[in-house]
Ligand binder design. Structure first.
Ligand SMILES: [Zn+2]
Length: 235
């Protein structure tokens, strides 16, 4: 193998490395924007759940208020009747009924006050969730537009890198190129490795002396029998 062929393959390998790094960066950005969307969605769901609890608290409070109003009306009606009844026994009965009505009203008023506290608490919680959501949305929007911009730039330079790579590949002999492509398609992304101190620079298996001589001679492409990379003389 001519050393020029090795140089060409090494520069092809470098370009392939660049392309691989760009693709990793690009998919990292896709992943980041996916995570951002996911987190936003979770925050939105959290906010909706609290909004439902606000509605429940409002509804409960309206119910307590109706009960209190009904209790007050009952008590008022009983008070009027107590004033009207003259007889001792009827007045007694009216007082008993009024005591019961007062007790009911007391517990209805207590429930209403508690309902108001619950409503205040849940509303405050909802307000905090809305504010947090807004901040998160803003931050996510900024980062997402940043990611979009960077991804577009990266996609452009990736297209240029691929173009340059294809042009370079076309200048390399077809059979050499197909060995390179086959090695790269296998287990290793690095298709070439130097022989360093008699071992494969990729898997560190020692290379027989005869093969080392062939590699130095550069008459043919020699691949490592253990890991399959194309071996070249250390330089
Ligand atoms: Zn090897």
């Amino acid at each position: 193998m001519e050393s020029q062929v090795v140089d060409e393959l090494l520069s092809l390998q470098e370009m392939d490395g660049e392309i691989a790094r760009s693709r990793v960066e690009l998919s990292a950005m896709e992943e980041e924007s996916r995570l951002l969307e996911e987190r936003l969605e979770a925050a939105r769901r959290g906010e909706s759940a609290i909004a439902v609890r606000v509605e429940e608290a409002d509804r409960a409070l309206r119910q307590y208020e109706r009960t209190v109003q009904a209790g007050r009306a009952t008590l008022k009606r009983l008070q009027q009747r107590a004033q009207e009844v003259a007889k001792q026994r009827a007045a007694m009965a009216a007082r008993v009924e009024m005591d019961a009505a007062r007790q009911n009203l007391d517990s209805a008023e207590t429930a209403m006050l508690e309902g108001m506290q619950v409503q205040d608490r849940v509303r405050a919680e909802h307000q905090a969730a809305l504010e947090a959501l807004e901040l998160e949305q803003q931050a996510a929007d900024e980062r997402l537009s940043e990611i979009n911009r960077l991804s577009a730039e990266l996609a452009d330079s990736l297209a240029i890198q691929r173009d340059r790579r294809e042009n370079r590949a076309l200048r390399i002999d077809g059979s050499v190129r197909s060995v390179y492509d086959r090695v790269r398609a296998g287990r290793t992304s690095e298709a070439l490795a130097p022989v360093v101190e008699g071992v494969c620079g990729h898997c560190f298996t020692s290379i027989p002396l005869q093969r080392q001589a062939e590699i130095r001679g550069g008459k043919a492409l020699i691949v490592c029998e253990t890991c399959g990379v194309i071996l070249h003389a250390d330089r």
